[in-house]
Design a protein around this ligand. Structure first.
Ligand SMILES: [Cu+2]
Length: 187
């Protein structure tokens, strides 16, 4: 009764060892051939490196220049695609900056930093109809948000934002002190 059990056990062990050897061998072969290939590739790379070491620094300098140019291009693309927000401060000496150049779709935020009240609005005083669609008579209506006109005096610290979708050179003034003027150029 014990002999068949031993034989079956031996056969199983042999099979297991055989299987282990069989399945390990290709893996070892692959691994060693990969190492060989890597070693060869490494040698080839080293040979290439030493061959091109003299031109290496010139090459990387050119690469850096190209990268920088590419970055600049990307930044320009982003500027054209992404609307920007610009700030014009209203101080005791007027609008600052008094002339601002922006891109179509950009937003301008006027912030009153003066103790007196100020009311930025498109020219021409007193009707405010220069910027397309604007008219002081639209203040207090649902269209008030679509016109280049704060429609009220801003107290110190208050802001007025407007998004410029129309290209052109748009002059504006302080409705409460019409001699204060500025220009927004929309490209
Ligand atoms: Cu006015």
């Amino acid at each position: 009764m014990k002999a068949p059990v031993i034989i079956v056990g031996v056969v199983l062990i042999v099979l297991i060892i055989g299987a282990v050897v069989f399945f390990n061998q290709p893996a070892q072969t692959d691994s060693s051939s990969q190492q060989g290939a890597q070693a060869q590739a490494g040698n080839a790379q080293q040979a290439q490196d030493s061959a091109s070491s003299s031109s290496g620094s010139a090459g990387s300098a050119t690469d850096a220049g190209a990268d920088s140019a590419q970055d600049t291009q990307n930044a320009q693309d982003q500027n054209q695609q992404t609307p920007q927000t610009h700030t014009i401060a209203i101080t005791s000496s007027g609008f600052s900056p008094s002339t601002l150049e922006i891109s179509q779709g950009d937003t301008v935020v006027f912030i009153n930093q003066d103790s007196a009240m100020h009311w930025p609005a498109t020219d021409v005083h007193p009707t405010h109809t220069l910027y397309p669609g604007s008219d002081i008579s639209k203040c207090g209506t649902p269209q008030a948000s679509e016109i280049f006109d704060a429609c009220r005096g801003l107290a110190q610290g208050e802001t007025y934002s407007f998004t410029f979708n129309e290209k052109g050179s748009w002059t504006y003034h302080d409705h409460l002190r019409p001699s204060w003027t500025g220009t927004i150029v929309v490209n």
